[in-house]
Structures are given as C-alpha cells and as structure tokens.
Design a protein around this ligand. Structure first.
Ligand SMILES: *[C@@H]1O[C@H](CO)[C@@H](O)[C@H](O)[C@H]1NC(C)=O
Ligand SMILES: *[C@@H]1O[C@H](CO)[C@@H](O)[C@H](O)[C@H]1NC(C)=O
Ligand SMILES: *[C@@H]1O[C@H](CO)[C@@H](O)[C@H](O)[C@H]1NC(C)=O
Ligand SMILES: *[C@@H]1O[C@H](CO)[C@@H](O)[C@H](O)[C@H]1NC(C)=O
Ligand SMILES: *[C@@H]1O[C@H](CO)[C@@H](O)[C@H](O)[C@H]1NC(C)=O
Ligand SMILES: *[C@@H]1O[C@H](CO)[C@@H](O)[C@H](O)[C@H]1NC(C)=O
Ligand SMILES: *[C@@H]1O[C@H](CO)[C@@H](O)[C@H](O)[C@H]1NC(C)=O
Ligand SMILES: *[C@@H]1O[C@H](CO)[C@@H](O)[C@H](O)[C@H]1NC(C)=O
Ligand SMILES: *[C@@H]1O[C@H](CO)[C@@H](O)[C@H](O)[C@H]1NC(C)=O
Ligand SMILES: *[C@@H]1O[C@H](CO)[C@@H](O)[C@H](O)[C@H]1NC(C)=O
Ligand SMILES: *[C@@H]1O[C@H](CO)[C@@H](O)[C@H](O)[C@H]1NC(C)=O
Ligand SMILES: *[C@@H]1O[C@H](CO)[C@@H](O)[C@H](O)[C@H]1NC(C)=O
Length: 482
C-alpha cells in the first residue's frame, strides 16, 4: 500500500525528473526479471499504476486555450513498458482540445469537475474522417477512460438550425466521403483495440455518435452515463461494430438516437452482454443493425429499463448478416410515438430482415428468446422476416404487453425503414407476423385500452402462407382495466 504514496509523489515531478524515475524503475524491473517468477515481475507494475497530471505539462484547464499539445505530451511521456497502465489525470477544470490520440497502456483519468471539451471547427479535426473524434485510440491495447469527470462534444455547436421535430445539423461534407448531415465528429472511439475499459465517466453532447467501439476485442464499459441532445439526429449512445467480447453494465443513456447499437460492416460481432442499464431515446433503445453485412452471435441483454422511447428492442437486419443466439430478459419497456422523421413507430419489439435494396442480400434471424418482458406501448410487436431471410425459433416467454395511447400522433403505419418498403399503411395489431418458421408464445398477456385513437385491430395478424409452426401456450388477450 506504500505503493500509492510513491505514485502520488511522482505526480508533481517535472517531465525530465519523471523520465529519470522511470529509467530507474525500468532498471529495477530488468534486474528483477531474471531470478523472479512471472508473477513477481508483474507485481510492481500492477500495484504501481503510473500517473501524470496534464497540468504538469502546461495544460491550463481554462476552457479557452487549446490544451491539446499539453495533453498529447503527457500521453507521450506516459511509461507503458511491461503492460503498465499509465493514468493521464485531469484535475478540475475545462480542457479545450482538438482530437486526442491515445496510445497503448494509457488511461485518461478525468477527475470529478474536470471536463474534456471538444472543438467545433473542422480544422481542429484530422484530415481523415475515420479519425474525427474528440478522443480516439487506434491499434492500441490496455487503453481506457475513467475518473468520474466528463467528456463533452459541444454538440449543440453543430446545430445549424434548431427544429422541434429534428434539428438540422452542420455538414462537413467537402470531399463527398460522407453524406449530407452525417458529416460530423464522433466523441470517443476505440478502433482495432484490445482490452478497452471505459468506466465511471459521463459522456455528454456528442456531435454525432457518442462511444464507438470498432473491431475491438475484450471491451468493458461500466458505470457510464451518456447524455445526447434529444432533437439531434445520429446522437447514438454506444455503437459496437465488428467486435468480440464486449460487456456493458450499469449504463444510463438519455439521447436522441439509438442507445446501444451493435453493427457489422467488415466482420462478425460475437459475445456482447449488456446488463443493468436505463435508457431513453427518440429512436431504438437496443438496435442490431441496420449495418448488418456480417453475423451477430451470442448477445445477451438483461435487466434493462427502457422509458419513453420510439422503439424498444429492435433487430433491423438489412445486408445479409445472420443473427443467432440472442436473449432479452428482465426488461421493462415503455414505447411511444414521436415524429415519423425518426425511425421507430412505438414498437416494443421489432424483428426484421427485409433487404435494404434490390442489390442487398437477405440475412436470417434464429434462436431469439424474449423472457420476463413487460411493455406499455402505443403500438404492437412487429415480427417481419423476408423470403430468404426467415425468422426462426423465436420464443416469447412471460411477456406482458399493455397497449394504450397517450400521444396524439396517428398510428396505422408499419415502419420498414431503412430502405425496403419504407412506411406502409396497415392497421395496428398486437403482434404482426410475416415470414416466420417457428414461433413459441408461452405465458403472454396482451391487454388493450379502449381508447378512441386506439384503432386496434387483431391481437394476432399474420399471412398464413408465410408463417409456419406457431405455438400458443397460455396466451391471453383482453381489455385493459385500470
Ligand atoms: C465539484 O464541484 C462541486 C460543486 O461546485 C463541489 O461541491 C465539489 O466539492 C467539487 N468536487 C471536487 C472534487 O472538486
Ligand atoms: C493500424 O494497423 C493497420 C493494419 O496493420 C494499419 O493499416 C493502420 O495504419 C494502423 N493504424 C495506426 C493508427 O497505427
Ligand atoms: C468515480 O469517480 C469519483 C470521482 O473521481 C470517485 O470519487 C469514485 O470513487 C469513482 N467511483 C468508482 C466506482 O470508481
Ligand atoms: C457532398 O460533397 C460532394 C463533393 O463536394 C458533393 O458532390 C455532394 O453533392 C455532397 N453531398 C451531400 C449529400 O451533401
Ligand atoms: C471475432 O471473432 C471472429 C470469430 O472467431 C473472428 O472472425 C473475428 O476476426 C473476431 N474479431 C475481432 C475484432 O477480434
Ligand atoms: C480477452 O480476454 C480473455 C479472457 O480474459 C483472454 O483469454 C484473452 O487473451 C483476451 N484477449 C486479448 C487480445 O487480450
Ligand atoms: C464467445 O464466448 C464463448 C463463451 O464464452 C467463447 O467460447 C467464444 O470463444 C467467444 N467467441 C469469441 C469470438 O471470442
Ligand atoms: C438491475 O439494474 C438496476 C440498475 O439499473 C440495479 O439497481 C439492480 O440491482 C439490478 N438488478 C439485478 C437483479 O441485478
Ligand atoms: C420492471 O417492473 C417491475 C414491476 O414494476 C419491477 O418489479 C422490476 O424490477 C422492473 N424491472 C426492471 C428491469 O426495470
Ligand atoms: C447467412 O446464411 C446464409 C444461409 O446459410 C448464407 O448463405 C450466408 O452466406 C450467410 N451470411 C453471411 C454474412 O455469412
Ligand atoms: C405479467 O402479469 C401477470 C399478471 O398480472 C403477473 O403475474 C406476472 O408476474 C407478469 N409478468 C411479467 C414478466 O411482468
Ligand atoms: C424470469 O422471472 C422469474 C420470476 O421472477 C425468475 O424466477 C426467472 O429466473 C426469470 N428468468 C430469467 C431468464 O431471468
């Protein structure tokens, strides 16, 4: 425990002295490495996480001057041999910065009352749009962000025109490499990384997607709060792409666009576990897709509360990837209508595979369980496979669906977006089904409020020629009595 004292001692040292100290540390480690066993070699480094303060490198934290160079030098000076972790700490203050690049072994330790603030000018970001982030790590391992403070993307600075339906955003489309209003920087990105950890941090006001995990292995995200603007498009919470072994727990996400969004562009996504989260969004709370060129397998979503969202649990498979072995358990959902400019039509559960366009492949979805789910919704469940993208072996167990109306938006539209048939007129039903092979419904209660805007139609609505093997066991449909 004397370890932490030494660690604090290092903090006020100037960079030069630090390097000297490190050299000594390194020499000690080399000296020890011969006779010692593997575990004792690692000991000094695992109990002595190194720590450097950005203020020792000249950061002002005044929110007016760029602190980029100071922060970047602290990152560079961080010793990271022997899998050490080095914390770059930010004491209370506001640190204005251009894009920061993390390296292996470095954890940004943004303390309580400290804010890392992103810039809003295009020249503050790298040339390559793949690197448009406030903080980004590429090809790195053992990297992360923590500290109890905040990373702020200054997202409202990117609003060109406020619009109560959906804000109109600035576009940095100069090369045509990104489209229209989607040309904005993301907040935090980990690309091709291993052993990523993001914990005890608030991520706020992203200009575009908030936390982006791309082709990573072993990522842990816990005790993270995300606040995006409710009227800003593409303000996603956590986007996980082509990554394996990701765990998200104790998250709080309140944002305009999809909250937790696994996608596949260049490779498959395996083993994502999300537990103990609270979500509110103007689009999907959980969404697989719509980028879905490769498979999704082994995903678990448990103990999640979804409030006032435009869609609850969504699978928007559009590009030929196959989805299998997915469990949704212990989830409370409340979904309502918002302006149809936003994808989602208040469906608590939405499972679809229509091909994006005529050149797209059809992926299938199989082995999906929904267990212990309660939903209060303005619209029904939508299960829609496609001719070559069947939904098979879906199970609904212990599910209570209560259908009521509390907004004035009109119902009666099926939402196939993106692509496919778009919005289609169709009367509202409890569960709409098409292109399914195997659906098991067990202990499912459906209740309907007798509301003049309800326009409720059938409890179950399906095209017999496309739906095969349905089993209903202890299924009830009745009027909702308060
Ligand atoms: C953070 O700011 C709050 C409100 O100003 C203050 O009460 C608290 O002591 C500060 N905490 C730290 C660690 O500076
Ligand atoms: C990451 O690795 C890939 C493949 O080795 C390489 O193309 C890319 O330039 C690397 N990026 C960085 C930032 O090192
Ligand atoms: C989160 O950060 C705050 C402020 O630095 C700290 O007091 C608290 O112990 C941290 N919590 C966890 C779980 O690490
Ligand atoms: C993006 O920029 C390219 C090149 O300047 C231009 O041709 C294209 O029309 C722009 N697209 C949009 C959607 O703004
Ligand atoms: C994830 O695992 C799959 C299957 O083993 C593999 O093909 C893929 O490259 C892995 N992706 C990453 C980012 O490690
Ligand atoms: C990921 O974690 C697993 C289990 O802890 C470990 O076996 C594996 O080596 C880790 N992968 C990397 C790339 O560190
Ligand atoms: C996914 O998790 C399972 C079970 O823990 C493990 O056997 C498998 O190797 C993991 N897949 C990848 C691609 O890491
Ligand atoms: C479910 O998640 C909430 C936080 O959202 C937590 O307080 C609660 O303990 C969790 N329940 C279980 C059984 O893990
Ligand atoms: C869902 O609601 C029920 C009843 O109010 C409650 O007992 C349960 O803890 C809630 N679960 C979640 C995940 O919010
Ligand atoms: C999805 O499954 C189909 C049928 O097995 C297969 O033809 C297709 O290649 C799979 N898609 C991917 C992305 O592997
Ligand atoms: C569904 O409602 C029934 C009857 O009110 C109740 O016994 C059951 O626990 C509820 N199930 C869930 C998953 O909320
Ligand atoms: C579903 O809820 C029941 C009753 O609360 C509980 O015993 C069971 O473990 C839950 N199932 C899952 C998969 O969480």
């Amino acid at each position: 425990m004397g370890a932490s004292k030494k660690l604090k001692m290092a903090t006020p040292l100037g960079p030069l002295l630090l390097q000297l100290f490190l050299l000594i540390l390194l020499l000690i480690s080399i000296h020890q490495s011969h006779p010692a066993t593997a575990s004792t070699i690692h000991l000094p480094f695992s109990i002595y996480p190194y720590s450097l303060s950005v203020t020792d490198f000249g950061a002002t934290g005044d929110g007016l001057h760029y602190d980029t160079a100071a922060i970047q030098s602290a990152i560079k000076a961080c010793p990271t041999f022997h899998h050490t972790q080095c914390h770059v700490t930010f004491p209370p203050g506001t640190y204005l910065t251009r894009t920061l690049f993390l390296k292996s072994g470095v954890v940004l330790d943004i303390k309580e009352n400290a804010t890392l603030l992103g810039c809003t000018k295009m020249e503050d970001y790298p040339k390559e749009l793949q690197e448009w982030y406030v903080v980004v790590a590429e090809n790195a391992s053992d990297v992360g962000i923590t500290g109890g403070g905040m990373v702020d993307g200054h997202g409202l600075g990117f609003v060109k025109r406020f619009n109560e339906r959906k804000n109109v955003m600035v576009s940095w489309n100069t090369t045509g490499a990104c489209l229209g209003d989607e040309c904005r920087p993301r907040l935090v990105g980990f690309i091709d990384c291993k052993n990523v950890r993001v914990w005890n941090i608030t991520l706020t006001e992203p200009a575009y997607w908030c936390l982006h995990i791309v082709r990573c292995e072993n990522t842990s995200i816990h005790d993270v709060s995300i606040y995006g603007n409710f009227n800003t498009p593409n303000n996603d919470g956590i986007d996980i792409e082509d990554s394996n072994n990701t765990v998200i727990t104790r998250c709080h996400i309140d944002t305009g666009d999809d909250a937790i969004c696994p996608k596949t562009y260049t490779g498959p996504l395996y083993n994502l576990t999300v537990t103990n989260c609270w979500i509110r969004t103007k689009s999907s709370a959980i969404k697989l897709g719509s980028a879905s060129s490769f498979d999704f397998k082994g995903l678990i979503f448990d103990n999640i509360t979804i409030v006032e969202s435009h869609r609850g649990l969504g699978l928007q498979i559009r590009d030929g990837g196959n989805v299998s072995d997915i469990t949704f358990s212990n989830i409370n959902i409340s979904t309502r209508y918002y302006d149809p400019l936003w994808w989602g039509r208040a469906e608590p559960i939405y499972v679809t595979t229509c091909p994006r366009d005529s050149s797209a492949k059809e992926g299938s979805i199989s082995n999906v369980v929904f267990i212990n789910i309660t939903a209060n919704s303005e619209n029904g469940v939508f299960l829609s496979g496609s001719k070559h993208g069947l939904l098979s072996n879906l199970r609904f167990i212990n599910v209570n669906l209560t259908y009521r109306r509390w907004t004035n938006y009109s119902g009666g539209l099926i939402d196939y977006r993106p692509g496919c048939q778009g919005l289609v007129n169709h009367s509202i039903a409890g569960i709409i089904m098409e292109h399914i092979e195997g659906l098991e419904v067990e202990n499912v209660n459906m209740r309907w409020s007798d509301h003049p805007f309800g326009h409720w139609n059938n409890p179950l609505d399906f095209k017999p020629s496309t739906v095969n093997n349905i089993s209903l066991f202890n299924f009830r449909s009745s009027l909702y009595i308060k």
